[in-house]
Design a protein around this ligand. Structure first.
Ligand SMILES: [Ca+2]
Length: 296
């Protein structure tokens, strides 16, 4: 069954968000309802999403700029400084957000989107949880209208504050203390989604969207290898795995737990609200499925 999703993302830094967007566009069983951006340069992230959707012939999908500042974080806002490079050009900035058809205020946008939907909504968060947490604060009633919230974040195997959670600790605490259906895909299993750079090379010969994502990959690898001696030849597809489990839950092993977030952004099992947490991954199957979809 085709699942309509609201794609909430920090697209533009780590390239895996762009691959998640490509995966969503190419999937037979996912339909993008809207894209919201979060964390840091959210206007730039929205412009990038808008352009990628334009390349995909999906100009009608709404894009909304989200929260750039976390509710509370334990670290400085991280950015590569290369956001949008390879795809956004100077001329793109000659147009205002409005002229580009980009809306603003993602928390309010999420509330309206969820409340106005006849049925229930599915949200995928592959960045900090600021937009969703603010939407939950603004209108707690949205909880009963969320069919499912898929989240990439957290780490349970070691005492480590995973990026998306640490980027807005308070937002994560708000989300995990609100009881509504959720699936969490943590770093413990997304770190096993390494895809070799050479396996992505043929996207250069693909359609407009595939070529654009390929350019973003080049920028990402140049960032990863910015210091002499660094030769990263693969990158993890954290975010695409989070989208893939929506219709392919067999790719991961999961268990129902509850999740707590401490003041440093470290996640623990414990708390009151059940969450479906990914604890294992069929790495080969995911890789095969992912490459099959993005090359369509
Ligand atoms: Ca992300």
């Amino acid at each position: 069954m085709v699942k309509k999703i609201i794609f909430d993302s920090d697209i533009g830094s780590d390239v895996d968000d762009a691959y998640a967007l490509l995966y969503a566009v190419k999937s037979d069983d996912l339909e993008l309802q809207a894209v919201t951006t979060v964390y840091g340069k959210t206007d730039l992230r929205a412009r990038l999403a808008r352009k990628l959707l334009y390349y995909a012939g999906l100009e009608k999908i709404r894009v909304c700029v989200g929260e750039s500042e976390p509710i509370r974080s334990v670290r400085e806002v991280w950015h590569t400084g290369l956001e949008g490079k390879g795809v956004l050009e100077e001329e793109d900035f000659a147009y205002s957000l409005r002229e580009r058809g980009i809306q603003e205020n993602a928390p309010k946008f999420l509330v309206d989107e969820i409340m106005n939907e006849c049925g229930k909504s599915t949200i995928v968060s592959i960045g900090a949880l600021t937009n969703v947490a603010r939407a939950l604060r603004m209108k707690p009633e949205i909880k009963s209208k969320i069919e499912h919230h898929y989240i990439m974040g957290g780490c349970f195997g070691e005492n480590y504050p995973e990026h998306n959670i640490a980027c807005d600790v308070r937002a994560a605490q708000i989300v995990f203390s609100n009881d509504y259906p959720k699936t969490l895909i943590p770093l413990d299993i997304t770190s096993k989604t390494d895809i070799g750079r050479e396996e992505l090379y043929d996207l250069r010969k693909g359609d407009k969207l595939q070529r654009a994502v390929s350019k973003l990959s080049d920028v990402w690898f140049s960032y990863k290898n910015r210091y002499p001696g660094e030769e990263a030849s693969s990158t993890c597809m954290h975010d695409p795995l989070t989208l893939a489990v929506i219709n392919h839950p067999e790719l991961v092993e999961s268990k129902v737990e509850s999740v707590k977030v401490d003041e440093e952004g470290v996640t623990y099992f414990g708390g009151n609200c059940p969450v479906n947490v990914g604890i294992g991954i069929n790495e080969e199957k995911f890789k095969e499925h992912f490459l099959d979809v993005i090359y369509r």
